[in-house]
Design a protein around this ligand. Structure first.
Ligand SMILES: Cc1ncc(COP(=O)(O)O)c(C=O)c1O
Length: 484
């Protein structure tokens, strides 16, 4: 009986104590909707209070819409328990926006084969963690935290940490960039830089020209923003200029997105002549261009190739997105946008709206590390390491893989087109069954069309793993060709 736990006490009116007791019983689920309350007679007898008191309590509850009465039958609970688990289930996938659906559907971490312990994975193009300069970095951390810890742990500025901005301005000047009327916004890596740019300057339906194949994340983000991607093919020198001009005329795109150095996935480094030709086309058609400089620091040959933004002199049509994710530490998520001052001022507001600013502590450690001279020493070391690895990869690919073409000049990956129109998506299925993973070419196509190309990342693999992995891929190619 619901009232067996009610103990009448204190100065508050008894009818109020009865009301509260019933409300609590509804809240805790002891009384559910439409359940019958004990009659006023029964309750008065259990509680040893007058029947009128109980009737007052019931009348008050009824006037507040908590219970209802049915003539000749008694009183019933009118409301449902608000807090108990009534078991409603939202189908979150049905509530998704276009943005969310695209990010979910194109999330290759979830949709592609997963690495399992013991496999040989050519999937990643992340740098080798064992090369990281953790001791120097630790020193930089201790220095900045003792010098300006209180400042760094407080709110900072959306544009970035001043010392880092100044450092990066000078750094870009070293690449030949004319600094007049340019500025920098610090971002959480290239990826956030592109996100800020796309959200500030595009609307669904806008067209963007990209090298094809291109970076999967870029394709995903552009599609999430509802942009139409127009692909332009590449040759050994970089994006094809004739096709670029044709597609500009045909599609009137809002942006051109290019990765001139160690393009992902091809590894192609656009030649200096091609850069000049591309720039001429951009000027001729007054095009705005997003230059992805993510891999520029890896230059194996050591000879400096000017970024497009350096060719642009005092023009303001190139927006350069920098990242040190490949040459340094991707986990820090630091990158920058260099562009026209007015453009940076707008992007700064977008950045502030998105996430206030990039971690000041991280920026300060980073610039301290960079200014110590450790960076130059580190770059020398990793360039040599990756160049040796790359040359080893090429040698072994030539030994084992029946390729039509090996692209590019380096980076942390090699892109190959196979003989015999082998569908690398199907090949991957076979290789995965034997513990080898790679990136099939369709991932880098805007329309996800099947290709006979594949990307092999090697930054984190030992020589013996490279050899064993390539042998398995080679055997599966053989099987594939025999089965045809
Ligand atoms: C083409 C391209 N741009 C940029 C990046 C780096 O992105 P983030 O700086 O966000 O790590 C990558 C990483 O793989 C890439 O492939």
């Amino acid at each position: 009986m619901i009232f067996s736990t009610l103990e009448i006490k204190g100065d508050s009116p008894i009818y109020e104590q009865i009301e509260k007791h019933i409300e609590k019983a509804i809240q805790t689920g002891a009384l559910i909707k439409d359940s019958k309350l004990p009659s006023t007679r029964e309750t008065s007898s259990v509680l040893k209070v007058s029947r009128n008191t109980v009737m007052t309590a019931y009348e008050n509850l009824e006037s507040r819409g908590i219970i209802y009465s049915v003539k000749g039958k008694g009183s019933f609970v009118k409301i449902a328990n608000q807090s108990s688990d009534q078991g409603i289930q939202i189908d979150w996938s049905k509530k998704l926006s276009h943005y969310g659906t695209t990010c979910e559907n194109m999330d290759i971490i979830k949709t592609e084969y997963r690495y399992e312990k013991g496999m040989i994975s050519f999937k990643s193009i992340a740098p080798e963690g064992n090369l990281f300069d953790t001791e120097e970095f630790k020193r930089a951390f201790l220095d900045v935290i003792s010098m300006e810890g209180e400042k760094l742990l407080n709110y900072g500025y959306a544009q970035g940490y001043r010392r880092l901005i100044d450092y990066l301005m000078e750094y870009m000047q070293g690449k030949g960039v004319e600094l007049k009327d340019k500025d920098i916004l610090v971002t959480n890596g290239f990826t956030e830089g592109l996100d800020i740019l796309l959200s500030a300057y595009t609307v669904p339906g806008d067209k963007v020209i990209c090298e094809m194949p291109t970076h999967h994340t870029t394709i995903k983000m552009m599609k999430a923003y509802g942009l139409e991607i127009i692909g332009v093919s590449m040759d050994e020198q970089g994006v094809r200029v004739d096709e670029l001009a044709e597609k500009i005329i045909e599609h009137q795109p809002k942006w051109i997105y290019l990765t001139p150095s160690y393009q992902n996935p091809t590894g192609i480094v656009m030649s200096p002549e091609r850069r000049r030709e591309v720039y001429k086309v951009l000027i001729q058609y007054k095009m705005t261009c997003i230059e992805d400089g993510f891999n520029e620091e890896l230059l194996y040959s050591g000879s400096h190739v000017m970024p497009l933004i350096a060719l642009s002199g005092s023009s303001n049509n190139i927006i350069y997105l920098g990242s040190l994710s490949k040459i340094l530490f991707p986990g820090l998520r630091l990158g920058w946008i260099m562009a026209d001052k007015n453009c940076i001022s707008i992007l700064e507001s977008v950045k502030r709206a998105k996430n206030i600013h990039t971690s000041f502590l991280d920026q300060a450690i980073f610039v301290q590390y960079m200014s110590s001279g450790a960076f130059e020493r580190y770059v020398k070391k990793v360039r040599k390491y990756y160049r040796d690895r790359y040359l080893f990869m090429i040698e072994e690919i030539k030994k084992y893989i029946p390729y039509k073409k090996i692209y590019g000049e380096g980076g942390l990956h090699v892109y190959i087109t196979l003989n015999d129109n082998i569908d690398t998506r199907e090949l991957l299925e076979q290789c995965y069954a034997r513990g080898v993973l790679f990136m099939p070419g369709d991932i880098f196509m805007a329309n996800q069309s099947r290709t006979s190309s594949l990307r092999l990342g090697f930054g984190k693999l030992e020589h013996h793993e490279i050899v064993s992995g390539l042998k398995i891929i080679s055997e599966e190619i053989q099987r594939f060709t025999n089965d045809k």
